[in-house]
Design a protein around this ligand. Structure first.
Ligand code: HEC
Length: 199
């Protein structure tokens, strides 16, 4: 019989430690959120997703195009180290919406970060929904990260806050389906990104 320690090595445990540079990558995504382009997930993926759920054009192998050296180095490194990667974007309305309404602003994705990732194997929207809802809850309590494992993928969530007054103003509009009694203030968490990794 194999010693227990050796057995553990043979079982392929999902890795819950974040791949290196996830926080550096998230800072790049926060930079994308804070400039003037598009809205929400459209700031990250190559396709416009405004007003509806995410869907990639037929045959697209990746949904992400690095736009500077920092992003390129991290994506190349993840791919060289054998990570498959993708992401979802969620919004504060996930607190007030039941998953069954399938509201696109509560959760959107999955987008593929690198072409070595099999799109069809990324965790499904309804599998990620409770993880994103819990992340939103934790972020409102002050957490800056949330991790969960789903079907062999490790999900690392990071918050996106209303960095400026203008973010809060626009996000308080009715389309965000937020609780009218709890208006968003600058600094409040508007949602976040769930990064998906497997190798
Ligand atoms: C002019 C209005 C406007 C401004 C200003 C704005 N947003 Fe948004 N934001 C939107 C809209 C509309 C969406 C939904 C887009 C879609 O359909 O995916 C969105 C989506 C998002 C999402 C995804 C979750 C959700 O609620 O749909 C995040 C996170 C987000 N914005 C963060 C920010 C941050 C951070 C800022 C400020 C730096 C900001 N936004 C400024 C209109 C705005």
């Amino acid at each position: 019989m194999l010693p227990f320690a050796l057995l553990l090595l043979l079982v392929r445990w999902p890795e819950s430690a974040p791949p290196p540079a996830i926080d550096e990558f998230h800072s790049q995504m926060l930079r994308r959120f804070s400039d003037g382009r598009g809205f929400g997930m459209s700031r990250i993926v190559r396709w416009n997703t405004l007003g509806h759920h995410f869907s990639a054009p037929l045959g697209a192998k990746t949904d992400f195009a690095p736009e500077n050296a920092e992003e390129r180095v991290i994506i190349d490194r993840w791919s060289r180290d054998g990570w498959q990667s993708g992401l979802y974007v969620f919004g504060a309305s996930i607190k007030n919406e039941a998953a069954a309404t399938r509201f696109h602003r509560a959760l959107k994705g999955p987008g593929v970060l690198h072409e070595a990732t099999p799109r069809g194997e990324l965790p499904k929207w309804e599998e990620v929904y409770p993880v994103a809802a819990e992340a939103m809850h934790q972020f409102e309590l002050g957490a800056t990260s949330h991790v969960a494992v789903v079907n062999g993928w490790t999900l690392h969530a990071r918050p996106v806050a209303a960095a400026k007054e203008t973010c809060a103003q626009c996000h308080n509009g009715g389309a965000a389906r937020l609780d009218a009694a709890a208006k968003v203030k600058p600094g409040d968490v508007l949602g976040g990104v769930v990064y998906l990794f497997r190798r």
